[in-house]
Design a protein around this ligand. Structure first.
Ligand code: UN1
Length: 500
């Protein structure tokens, strides 16, 4: 699909061509996709105000009715999967199959949320007082602020929005300034559904267009009870104190630094495939990207050699072409950060295999790289930092798998982890309380590509939030403990007597 067809079928051709102070470029060839106008501070306030209004109506609709809107939105996503998937590819540079996969992830979470809209269960609790009952009820929370990153410009928003909407909340979305067309397209598709939906107020989904200032305005606005933010740990450090200062709830999904352990009992063919997808998929720009490979010393040379052959020959280029497996980095800054990380490794005496710039469509205007392998003798300061690029540090471990787990956990981040082994004892140890300290722990599958059904997120500097499946919906609601006295007396709890 061509740019014009994509934009017009998604109903955003005019919006993209409106002209404004925020130009949008495709990482594929550096071409200009459009430009949009950033919101003034007044505009941002007005949008948040509209969202607050919308919440007042939306929360009164039965949850299954709210689910019906999400069901219809999922249907519109199905009908527009091709165009939206192409736009994701055009704006992020990820492979077409990954662009489509992202839209599929949106559809999946919509389906999940529709079912959930009939399962926002509370509890009934036995009361110690005669003639009383207690229960726990989950109520809508308020307008939810969603801050999303460029690398998953639509799926991560959908994880939040689909749940927030069935939970009875409105949504204010601050997307990455690098992927605004994706956000415009999603809003246009959502509006198609919301406009026709009886009872859906205007302002159910508001979009803030801007950079840090727009995010800050959202984070500091006292009308937003929950900020759900995906991005770097640096971003999290900037927003968390601001939100906490007004006691807002935070759902943070920040930096990752995933590791995979390859034990002597691993199925190596399987491991090589999983390592490659996890390390170079999405050009290494997922928060679940595999960055540290912890290999038993007896396998080390063999595995480095096999991976080097794969990385050397893997097809890097235009992500729209079927044979390509690695597309471009998002921009020149990402390229500079990758090169800085490789220089740092070299300064520590490491040799780097690959990592050089390649030229694809767009010549100098786009940033393609050969994925890099950095064999090391041991973990180091720089392997504890997150880099958003296809760099794989390979670190040997000796003896027991416990040594590998120790290296794995010795980083500030705690998002994703994996072990390749056919040894049940190793696998279960890795999954046990003394095993991986991450939010995601996988056996014989890679670190990236989680399904929506599980809770997604991680510990330590990753921020502790959980999005998407399982019971993550609870973050988007407020819990109320309710006590009802249906007796003619007033017994007090804990046997306290207070007779007037
Ligand atoms: C992210 O990079 O912020 O597990 C999210 C995965 C994807 C989501 C990544 N489903 O790799």
């Amino acid at each position: 699909m061509q740019r014009h067809d994509i934009l017009s079928s998604l109903g955003i051709a005019d919006a993209a061509a409106a002209g404004g102070d925020m130009p949008l470029r495709s990482p594929i060839d550096g071409s200009v996709l459009g430009s949009v106008q950033r919101d003034s501070p007044g505009n941002i306030e007005a949008k948040i105000g509209r969202s607050a209004e919308a919440f007042l109506t939306w929360r009164t609709l039965p949850a299954p009715t709210r689910g019906e809107l999400v069901r219809r939105f999922g249907q519109v996503l199905r009908e527009n999967k091709k165009a939206l998937g192409h736009l994701v590819t055009l704006e992020t540079g990820k492979l077409l199959s990954e662009g489509m996969g992202e839209v599929q992830e949106m559809i999946d979470i919509c389906d999940f949320a529709v079912g959930l809209s009939r399962q926002l269960h509370g509890l009934t609790i036995a009361s110690e007082r005669p003639g009383h009952h207690m229960r726990e009820t989950w109520h809508p929370l308020g307008p939810v602020g969603v801050i999303s990153a460029f690398n998953f410009p639509v799926a991560v928003w959908a994880w939040n929005a689909a749940l927030a909407l069935v939970c009875g909340n409105s949504v204010v979305w601050k997307p990455s300034e690098k992927t605004l067309l994706c956000a415009f397209a999603v809003r246009a598709l959502f509006e198609r559904v919301a406009r026709e939906f009886e009872g859906a107020p205007p302002g159910l989904l508001e979009l803030l267009v801007g950079k840090t200032e727009a995010g800050t305005a959202l984070v500091e606005n006292p009308g937003i009870p929950l900020i759900s933010a995906t991005g770097s740990t640096r971003m999290g450090r900037a927003i968390a104190p601001r939100a906490s200062a007004r006691f807002a709830r935070l759902l943070l999904e920040l930096g990752g630094n995933a590791a995979m352990i390859v034990s002597p009992a691993a199925d190596l063919d399987l491991a090589v495939r999983a390592i490659t997808f996890s390390a170079v998929g999405t050009a290494g720009q997922r928060c679940t990207t595999l960055r540290r490979l912890l290999v038993h010393e007896t396998l080390y040379d063999r595995l480095v050699e096999r991976l080097s052959r794969v990385f050397e020959t893997i097809r890097v280029g235009d992500p729209r072409e079927a044979e390509t497996l690695v597309g471009p980095l998002v921009d020149g800054d990402a390229f500079a950060a990758m090169q800085a990380a490789l220089s740092q490794a070299r300064e520590h005496g490491a040799s780097v295999i690959g990592g050089e710039r390649l030229f694809g469509p767009g010549g100098e205007a786009a940033f393609y790289v050969r994925p890099a392998i950095v064999p090391l003798r041991e973990a180091s300061g720089f392997t504890r930092e997150e880099i958003f690029a296809p760099i794989l540090y390979v670190i040997p471990y000796t003896g027991d798998v416990r040594h590998a787990i120790e290296i794995q956990n010795d980083v500030p981040q705690g998002l994703s982890s994996a072990i390749f082994t056919t040894d049940l004892r190793e696998a279960e140890l890795f999954l046990s309380a003394v095993g991986s300290d991450c939010g995601l722990a996988n056996v014989n599958t890679g670190t990236s590509g989680a399904e929506i059904g599980g809770a997604f997120g991680g510990e330590k500097e990753t921020g502790g939030g959980r999005e998407s499946g399982s019971d993550s919906w609870r973050a988007y609601m407020r819990r109320q403990t309710q006590t009802v006295n249906y007796s003619p007396d007033l017994p007090l709890s804990q046997g306290v007597s207070f007779d007037i």
